[in-house]
Design a protein around this ligand. Structure first.
Ligand SMILES: Nc1ncnc2c1ncn2[C@@H]1O[C@H](COP(=O)(O)OP(=O)(O)OP(=O)(O)O)[C@@H](O)[C@H]1O
Length: 362
């Protein structure tokens, strides 16, 4: 049976230009209750402007915004920000310095003392700050302040939570723990979350769905697994990791390369294609003591390269190879325990089940 209830947040064909330049261009998406969608993209691609229009602090030129099926903008009268049931959390979340933690959390609640006290106590417990109510913000660490800001934003039980780079002010050590705790709490509250970030790791960690933005448009939407493993184009692949690119010409749905022939269905005869491979999908044949490569059917033909540079990054090492066939550089990622010496010649193979083929982008 189809779900009869409308999505908690729905935006349709949202558009906004500044000085004649479209900054948000025909953006549509929906977020269900309890779901986290990340708007992910490089700086300036229109993420914050989209969020600000949903919050009601920026007006769209066109498009409709609905919350629980009710238009708040675009299809009838425009509701002001405070009448949209939208919570906000930004990087520079400012707690009110002259108010206590409890007063900060109670700020958006109706003036009913008993109700306020109950909700404040409940939320401080949920963000692990029981007993912090009487303190002032300056007595708290950055991470603690962040959790108060979250409690404050959630106190009035908003239907939609809009978060703009909310964790980027925190140091790395704190960030992961606070992200996870925040996510748990948002899911428990059943809030629909739209989170803006330019960090792919953050989006992969937080999102049920990622909406990848570029130049004001959503270029791809999907679960993190799908976006990472089936990118829509080379730029989408490159947004999540370093990539290697091998060019070739498709003939009869095959493209010949020094690594053997690759299937390139859907590309016309004579069309130039780019075969894109993430560094972890290059395989090094490094443990056969000079006996030559030993490829499996998946690996295709091995090609030789000389190590130019090897960088130890802890969990992994990144190894740059200058390939003997054309002098190009390919980068492989290998477990950090392995750090080969520059100048060593080794065989490289490509996990062909993990390649992406795109037409050459000019
Ligand atoms: N009020 C405004 N007037 C003019 N230009 C604006 C205004 N607000 C945003 N812009 C421009 O619109 C573009 C998109 O801005 P936006 O803040 O939405 O991008 P973003 O993807 O959130 O980037 P970042 O990650 O850097 O915040 C930018 O080029 C920005 O300079």
């Amino acid at each position: 049976m189809p779900d009869p209830s409308p999505p908690r947040l729905e935006i349709c064909n949202l558009t906004r230009a500044f000085g004649g330049r479209p900054v948000v261009d025909d953006v549509s998406l929906s977020v269900a209750a309890g779901q986290v969608t990340c708007l992910l993209g490089p700086s300036g691609c229109g993420k914050s402007t989209t969020l600000r229009m949903i919050a009601g602090v920026e007006q769209p030129d066109a498009g409709i915004i609905r919350i629980d099926g009710q238009p708040v903008c675009g299809d009838g009268p425009t509701r002001p920000p405070e009448a949209r049931s939208v919570g906000l959390m930004f990087q520079d979340f400012a707690l009110f310095p002259h108010l206590t933690v409890a007063q900060n959390v109670a700020f958006g609640l109706p003036r009913d003392r008993a109700l306020q006290a109950r909700r404040v106590e409940e939320l401080l417990e949920r963000v692990n700050l029981t007993g912090y109510g009487p303190k002032h913000p300056h007595q708290l660490s950055g991470g603690e302040q962040q959790r108060v800001a979250l409690a404050r934003a959630l106190a009035p039980r908003p239907r939609v939570m809009l978060m703009d780079e909310p964790f980027s002010g925190l140091d790395n050590r704190l960030r992961d723990g606070i992200r996870d705790a925040t996510l748990d709490l948002l899911k428990e509250e059943g809030t629909a979350v739209l989170l803006v970030t330019h960090e792919p790791d953050e989006a992969m960690r937080m999102a049920d769905e990622i909406a990848l933005m570029r130049g004001g448009r959503i270029v791809q939407r999907g679960a993190p697994y799908n976006i990472y493993n089936a990118p829509v184009d080379k730029a989408a692949a490159a947004f999540f990791s370093d990539i290697n690119v091998i060019r070739g010409t498709s003939r009869g749905a095959l493209t010949d390369t020094p690594f053997g022939a690759f299937l390139t269905p859907g590309h016309a005869d004579g069309a130039e294609v780019e075969i894109v491979i993430r560094p972890q999908h290059l395989k090094i044949d490094f443990d056969r003591g000079g006996r030559g490569p030993n490829p499996t059917a998946q690996d295709g033909t091995p090609a030789r390269g000389v190590i130019q540079r090897a960088r130890y990054l802890g969990r992994e090492s990144l190894v740059d190879f200058r390939m003997e066939h054309d002098g190009s550089i390919l980068t492989a990622s290998v477990p950090g325990v392995f750090l080969p010496k520059p100048g060593t010649a080794l065989w490289l193979m490509i996990r062909r089940d993990r390649c992406f083929v795109f037409p050459v982008s000019r």
